[in-house]
Design a protein around this ligand. Structure first.
Ligand code: AMP
Ligand code: MG
Length: 423
């Protein structure tokens, strides 16, 4: 996603661009090139920064650890005092975590030290208590100790003035802890991405109203709400818009006026696409692709006004598949995240037979489990029609079958994308 971005117009003229059979990988990389990430920056408290993207490096104001300290319970000694045979040293004090030893340590002397205790400058080595024999204020230590052993050096974890957290990082719980460990109360993050979305279709009814014949409840806005909420963007739900050019034009203009990204579902399939195509090309620059994938073949992307635009297919399963395969990465990049890590993939044994013709990448919905021998296996979640939302609801992974793949026999190895933590 970090290549130089290009315009929709430049892309639509590119030589190797075929909107009628776009391989999944190519679509992903082309979309990446159309993106302009948000620029706005705001300061936020560390807790509120969870899931936000850092807009500036966090520089460590201190060394971590702040002082040389002991990695073990034992004795802090001068290495020069140790010998080829046993030596006995006098214990002149103690250094505990949070309670350093204040005195000086002369030749033939040492201090008792606990893990995390500050190592005074006059000693340079820590001997584990298991390798020492103490009696009263004396301790006897054998040979073979390395200078500097069992010491954690000041700045070893993070050096003062070094980068503790890099710009572009999506902040996770450990990052909050790291910032706090440096005494940092606030960080700079990119402002939240504003995403407006609506469903298109004459047959759609919002929940709360009864259905008449031929109508269906609008479910896509709910799955989109869920997926967008998980990404941590600001949502603007614009409801259902009828397949009417004037209403659609108004909805697109309103959405593009208030959001960084406009996402729609429905209306981009063959037959339906024509008037939307004309409309979008009048008020923006939009590419219509037939992606070589199943489900989720039609996909539109580009700009409406100044906003980025993704036109997803109407089928409920296709909405989620295209969202996870294309829109998720694009939104992360627009949020300023870099790099955007690909969805995690693992190999599993497929317990059911899958029929598949070569030609398109298929994203079947699967249920992944681990048996008592530790082997991961996956089975398809029932009927895979692109309107069957239950197949998605029961799934915990996508079974990704590459374009060239044919039928899968039971026991065959397949790649799966785990949904947990992603969806
Ligand atoms: P379309 O892409 O507009 O041709 O829609 C394809 C199929 O998805 C049709 O059966 C639609 O009824 C259905 N569909 C479209 N939008 C939605 C939606 N928001 N919620 C549920 N089903 C939808
Ligand atoms: Mg429709």
């Amino acid at each position: 996603m970090s290549q130089t971005s290009i315009s929709v117009r430049e892309l639509s003229c590119a030589d190797d661009y075929d909107p009628d059979s776009m391989p999944v990988e190519q679509a992903r990389s082309l979309i990446g090139r159309l993106l302009t990430p948000v620029q706005g920056v705001e300061r936020t408290g560390v807790r509120a920064a969870l899931g936000r993207v850092l807009a500036a490096n966090v520089i460590s104001p201190v060394n971590v650890p702040a002082h040389d300290n002991s990695a073990m319970d034992g004795y802090a000694v001068r290495h020069a005092d140790l010998g080829a045979t046993e030596v006995t040293l006098r214990i002149v004090g103690t250094s505990f975590a949070g309670k350093p030893y204040a005195g000086s340590i002369g030749s033939g002397e040492c201090i008792r030290i606990m893990t995390g205790g500050v190592v005074p400058v006059s000693v340079d080595t820590v001997v584990m208590q298991e390798h020492a024999r103490a009696e009263g204020d004396r301790v006897t230590i054998g040979s073979g100790h390395r200078r500097g052993q069992n010491l954690r050096r000041a700045g070893e974890d993070l050096a003062k003035a070094g980068i503790a957290l890099a710009r572009g990082k999506l902040l996770n719980p450990a990052d909050l802890g790291l910032a706090a460990s440096l005494g940092i109360a606030e960080v700079s993050v990119y402002r939240r991405l504003r995403v407006a979305f609506f469903s298109t279709g004459d047959e759609l009814v919002s929940i709360g109203s009864p259905l008449t014949e031929g109508q269906v409840y609008d479910s896509n806005r709910y799955t989109l709400y869920g997926m967008l909420t998980r990404l941590g963007v600001e949502l603007i739900d614009m409801g259902v818009v009828r397949d009417d050019p004037a209403l659609l034009e108004r909805a697109f203009r309103d959405a593009a006026g208030i959001a960084d990204v406009v996402i729609t579902s429905g209306g981009v399939s063959v037959g339906e696409a024509d008037f939307i195509k004309d409309l979008l090309n009048r008020i923006g620059e939009v590419l219509f692709w037939k992606i070589a994938m199943k489900p989720g073949r039609p996909l539109a992307c580009g700009r409406v006004g100044a906003a980025h635009f993704f036109g997803l297919p109407g089928n409920p399963v296709s909405v989620q598949v295209t969202f996870y395969q294309f829109v998720r990465d694009a939104l992360y990049a627009l949020m300023g995240r870099e790099p955007v890590p690909p969805l995690p993939v693992l190999k599993a044994t497929c317990t059911s037979a899958i029929r598949k013709a070569p030609g398109r990448t298929e994203f079947q919905r699967g249920n992944l489990s681990r048996d008592s021998t530790g082997t991961w296996s996956v089975r398809v979640t029932g009927d895979q029609g692109s309107g069957i939302l239950r197949s998605m609801s029961e799934a915990n992974c996508f079974i990704v079958l590459p374009a060239e793949q044919g039928d899968v026999a039971p026991g065959g190895l397949v790649e799966v994308q785990v949904m947990e933590g992603v969806i």
